[in-house]
Design a protein around this ligand. Structure first.
Ligand code: SF4
Ligand code: MG
Length: 334
């Protein structure tokens, strides 16, 4: 059957062809119905630009140069803006990193949910009743009392629950979440992730989860897209990618996940070196200056994204030549 969302060959640039910066290059992936897809990468990898391209919310001078974004078979990139506005907040809902900025500080939360409902045609007492139901669904306690709170009367975690309730207001088929737990402390992060799992199970909503955190991926996601330098470098089932990564960048990301169960919970080192700036992308494989497995070809030729096992793809010359142990050497993690 058709996937809910199909992104094909998406290429997004800022500025014109000669002076412009290409932030996202030939990105393709699918989100199945009721599935949670993680898009993981460091800052500047193109993951947020990918999300904004899908929603057509790019900041100027950003524009999609090429590609296709289909929701349930319907092309979004060529829709008139008025049609697109109907899709945003209804078929596709968004949750961003900072719940503070997503809420109106001088409006009661219940009224904000009602407003979101009214935009898409639900009005009057039905809207107020639906607002109560939504707040209960996202785990806000004592809804009768809290529905008339202002955002500042809630904690950060509760505010993000309110943001999620607004996102769910119009029964979206897809929830696009960009680092929704990054601003929260670890315990609260775990609660919000559990809430998202629950909502996926109960409502069947598909989720695209943008994160730099492999721990979040392991907890929440079914499918995974790893981005580096604006490109997809590995994709597959989370269970396959996490147990046997087929790209040195993914392997290094997994190495840098802090172990919550470790006795001394010191943070493990991140990957040595800096992620590339889109305007100065290294030649060939963009990861080569940081890669412990690089060979000569890596500097010269961009590796294609090739299938190594059913449903598991990697863009790495060395993996494609058959190497399977792609972890960084222990010395890289000093
Ligand atoms: Fe490393 Fe080369 Fe593979 Fe890029 S293509 S990840 S540089 S081994
Ligand atoms: Mg971002």
């Amino acid at each position: 059957t058709d996937p809910l969302l199909r992104v094909d060959n998406l290429t997004t640039a800022f500025g014109n062809r000669d002076a412009g910066i290409t932030a996202v290059r030939n990105v393709s992936f699918e989100v199945g119905r009721g599935r949670v897809l993680g898009i993981v990468g460091e800052s500047g990898s193109g993951k947020s630009v990918t999300a904004r391209s899908i929603l057509r919310l790019l900041r100027k001078p950003g524009h999609v140069r090429e590609g296709s974004v289909k929701l349930a078979g319907r092309e979004l990139l060529t829709l008139p803006e008025e049609e697109m506005r109907k899709i945003r907040g209804k078929d596709i809902a968004m949750v961003f990193q900072d719940p503070q900025s997503a809420l109106n500080p001088v409006m009661r939360v219940g009224d904000q949910i009602v407003e979101a409902l009214e935009v898409h045609g639900v009005k009057g007492p039905a809207a107020r009743e639906r607002a109560r139901e939504l707040l209960r669904q996202v785990g806000i306690p004592d809804v009768e009392r809290n529905i008339d709170n202002y955002p500042h009367e809630f904690s950060g975690g509760m505010r993000q629950r309110v943001v999620i309730s607004i996102a769910l207001a119009n029964h979206p088929s897809l929830l696009l979440a960009d680092e929704p737990t990054t601003a929260l402390d670890v315990t609260i992060q775990a609660q919000i992730l559990r809430l998202l799992v629950k909502l996926r199970d109960e409502l069947g909503v598909s989720i695209v989860m943008i994160t730099h955190d492999m721990g979040v991926v392991a907890e929440l996601c079914d499918d995974l897209v790893v981005m580096y330098g604006g490109r997809v470098v590995e994709t597959g089932l989370v269970s396959d990618v996490l147990t046997a990564p087929r790209h040195p960048y993914t392997a290094a990301l997994l190495r840098s996940v802090p172990r919550l169960d470790a006795d001394d919970a010191h943070e493990l080192p991140a990957i040595p070196g800096q992620p590339p700036i889109p305007a100065f992308l290294p030649s060939g494989c963009a990861f080569h200056p940081r890669c412990a497995h690089a060979i000569e070809a890596c500097r010269e030729k961009v590796p294609p994204l090739a299938q190594l096992q059913p449903g598991h793809r990697s863009a790495c010359h060395v993996a494609q030549a058959g190497k399977t142990d792609l972890a960084p050497p222990p010395s890289a993690a000093l």
